[in-house]
Design a protein around this ligand. Structure first.
Ligand code: C2R
Length: 183
């Protein structure tokens, strides 16, 4: 893409079962002209491979890593321990605890190795955080980010207009027709 950012983002997920959710990060980055690669690698199941991917990421031109995992989600923390790139963790709602297990695992990093953590399944916000980081040094990304933020209120206006229209067409709590008695 013309005007593409000099940095790209490495998106990692712990399993192919995470890939559909994590694709939202890829879509969002593409909207901002930021290139990305999405790779499956598990710190639990393939630690050497995962560490190699993370350790070499900066030299391969990545400016940030987004790591999504569910359950006992060690992937983002392990990745952050072998790179100085900013790492953004996405807790995924795999399993019976619906992502609260992964949220706690990702957000509760010990001092020294931070992982920026977004909401459960919110891969788009992870991408937007990477966009904000890149915008500090990239005027094109910054301009796209400013346009995106400026457009948000219009989306709220449109949502409000839709709700007002629905309420006018079908008002809740309007009195049900009463039958007049007597006479
Ligand atoms: P499977 O569907 O492959 O059994 O994976 C994945 O992110 C996925 O959400 C189930 C879940 O296990 C997670 N997983 C991790 C790690 N590796 C896989 N949390 C890791 O290294 O942290």
């Amino acid at each position: 893409m013309a005007g593409a950012s000099p940095f790209s983002v490495l998106i990692l997920c712990g399993s192919d079962s995470d890939a559909a959710t994590m694709t939202a990060a890829a879509r969002t980055l593409a909207d901002f002209g930021i290139e990305w690669d999405l790779r499956v690698s598990s710190a639990h199941r393939a630690p050497d491979r995962t560490i190699e991917l993370a350790r070499t990421a900066a030299d391969r031109g990545y400016g940030a890593i987004i790591a999504g995992a569910g359950l006992a989600a060690h992937l983002p923390g392990v990745v952050a321990s072998v790179t100085i790139l900013p790492v953004i963790g996405v807790p995924l709602s795999a399993g019976p605890m619906r992502g609260t297990d992964a949220l706690h695992a990702i957000v509760q990093m010990p001092r020294g190795i931070p992982v920026a953590t977004v909401g459960i399944d919110n891969a788009a916000n992870a991408a937007l955080l990477a966009v904000r980081i890149f915008a500090l040094a990239d005027a094109d990304v910054r301009a796209r980010l400013e346009a995106y933020v400026e457009a948000l209120p219009a989306g709220v206006e449109a949502a409000d207009a839709r709700v007002q229209e629905q309420l006018a067409a079908d008002p809740p709590g309007s009195p049900t027709p009463t039958t007049t008695t007597g006479g």
